[in-house]
Ligand binder design. Sequence first.
Ligand SMILES: C[S@@+](CC[C@H](N)C(=O)[O-])C[C@H]1O[C@@H](n2cnc3c(N)ncnc32)[C@H](O)[C@@H]1O
Length: 407
Amino acid sequence: MKIGQTNYNIYMNIRQKAYQIYKKIEDSDSYANLIMHKELKLISVENKPFLTNLIYGTIRNQYKSNYFIEQTAKRKIKQIDKELLQILQLGVFELTETNAKKYAIIDEYVSLANKIRGKERSGFVNAILRNLQTGYPNKRLDIRYSCPKWIVNELRKSLQHYHKVDKLEELLKANDTPPNTELTDLSTLESRSTNSTELENLSWNLIVQDSGSLEIAKSVINSRKTKNGENWLDLCSAPGGKGLVLASYIKNNNLKIKLTLNELHPHRADLIKQNLSRTDLSNFATITIQDGIKFNTKEKFDRILLDAPCSGLGSIRRRQDLRNRSRQNEIPSLIRLQTELIQNAIKLLKPNGILVYSTCSPILEETTKIIDKTLNANPNLSKIQETQLWTNESNTDSMYWCILKSK
Ligand SMILES: C[S@@+](CC[C@H](N)C(=O)[O-])C[C@H]1O[C@@H](n2cnc3c(N)ncnc32)[C@H](O)[C@@H]1O
């Protein structure tokens, strides 16, 4: 067999594999990274980077690719055969965002379409991909950064609020750049970057955590001087990242503080249990499984962390499929949940208690607007500090948190 032929076959197989994995991700409700984690275990080391880049790149660029496909096909995405569309999305990404040789790539995706959907339909893939070479529209920000328009608008509104609207493009670019994985060392409560080899066998004192998340956990610790005998609650705790930081602080400083880590879903509470056990912290926290809206005990708390369920739009760079899966009409129900959680958290606070409300979203409805409403309805509360991180400025997720104090 000629060398050229061998390469062709390898790459054909690799694209076919990419298609199978991408299809699995698209057709399921699971997170892309969970499926990728499983699938990549079965792929040879030399093929992993190509597949990872092709699949995650296709996911990141899906909105942009769909726009082009609609323009060229002169029909709505919903009217296009699902399997052909998935092949096209892979092809459009590779043709427009990588240095691959265009004609060879087109042939490969056409052959793939032929295999999957037959010769007649593969002609459609051929026509779209060949047309693609005539140019690529990139004037609109949502298209250029492959970020649905409603998300761009929400980010714009939030940046406007902080007088940073001129940074919108910078933010969209940062959201398009997959981050290095960061670790928190629980023995020092410091953050650092890591590589994939270290991740395969993490030592007991290390957890994967964005440094923005570490900042939030530290804001609970540093909100004022800690006294022995305090009672702390993390109301929405799973998988436990910030709770582990709190527990480590208690352990490392030999403090007598009671820490409760609460979670609604039992299967997610199991993750907290596993994480406490792996990091040797099981004796420093108690897990409860309750709805945070109704969470009720006789005791009150000196400090509460409410790391609320949210749209997650501050962690777009990390969660590649989020931008495609998020729906604007899901935001109002999240806001209702966040409001009810904060109302209950206030009831659980002792006088002079501290409540840290946080989200991995910079969307105003989920952040400052909730806090403003809460302060208006509760004159006994005051705002101590409010922080909005931006991915383009701090190279963290765009995290929000607000420290509140009760009278
Ligand atoms: C943003 S995550 C928390 C992340 C966590 N603090 C950490 O650092 O690892 C929000 C969590 O709230 C949980 N949750 C959702 N609704 C809840 C409710 N009504 N009461 C308590 N927890 C809830 C979700 O299952 C999810 O695990």
